[in-house]
Design a binder for this molecule. Sequence first.
Ligand SMILES: Nc1nc2c(ncn2[C@@H]2O[C@H](COP(=O)(O)OP(=O)(O)OP(=O)(O)O)[C@@H](O)[C@H]2O)c(=O)[nH]1
Ligand SMILES: [Mg+2]
Length: 321
Amino acid sequence: MKLVDELKLKVCSGKGGDGIVSWLHLKYMPKGGPAGGDGGKGGNVYLEAVKDIEALRRYAGIRELKAQDGKPGQSKNKKGLNGEDLTIYLPAGSVIKYDGKTIDLKEVGERVKILDGGRGGYGNTHFKSSRNVRPKESTPGQAARCVELHIDLQVIADIGLLGMPNAGKSSLLNTLSNSRSKVGDYPFTTVEPKLGVFDSIVLADIPGLIKGAAEGKGLGIKFLKHLRRTGALLHLISVENEDPCRAYSVIRDELANFDKELLKKTEIIVLTKTDLAQQSDIDKKVRDLKDCTGKEVLELSLNKPKSLENLKRYLRSLKLS
Ligand SMILES: Nc1nc2c(ncn2[C@@H]2O[C@H](COP(=O)(O)OP(=O)(O)OP(=O)(O)O)[C@@H](O)[C@H]2O)c(=O)[nH]1
Ligand SMILES: [Mg+2]
């Protein structure tokens, strides 16, 4: 199942209940006074951030959602019931645009009211005065309001995993966290972003990138939006690459094509699958990568516990904003 990370959804508040005209009917008071109650208030519409990054799925294919209308007033001066509120649950990291406004839901539990329900109308009792003891007027409830929400999910993670297909991104995510991202010895095993947590550090795994991704090759670069709100990038390059510096620059070019801001993020290079090469080859590739990137380069093999411990220590030491 594909991650739903973009959605249009129309939402409406509830209409206010109408006020009514009614009279007191008592045996000993045949011409009783006004007794029409006010209408209830319509339901409000709220947005609330939840942890589940797949939360948008439940709204896919739904055109419109509406809070409940307020009930009309009743006789004997009883106010109509208020309509129930509507809450739209969106994954934290959702950016919502409507009516020229932008809401950025970042923290799980964040709740924002976007539409007020319509006010209830007045019953005839409301219009009673010394000059008008038998008012015959009432007012309708305020109309509902609707807006179209444009929802764009950009996951929030501390670290984004980046690299070519088969670099070992998903394997690393699964090893570090309790995530079950799909792993395979073929390119583009991962087709949608996945999150995992290691020691309170949230990691995001995205599909692999290839040369030309910006022009739509492979799975394209649209997933790169999910790296925008990460604190740092872990760039995985397999030791199987003859020329790791070239592999590095291919990916950097695609990042630049998508959004140059991504180039400014802290980036740590990880030479992966080092169990597949001789130490002399590993050393040379680490040296080359240090030279051509000027960045920290770690070596990693999921089959070498020491290298994994080293990476874990490094991740824990990162000061993530
Ligand atoms: N020998 C060895 N193989 C590894 C290691 N890490 C991952 N692999 C293998 O490399 C292959 C690709 O791993 P994935 O984790 O699916 O790679 P990915 O980067 O997520 O790939 P995409 O999702 O296609 O972008 C799988 O067959 C893994 O078992 C490692 O440290 N050593
Ligand atoms: Mg993968």
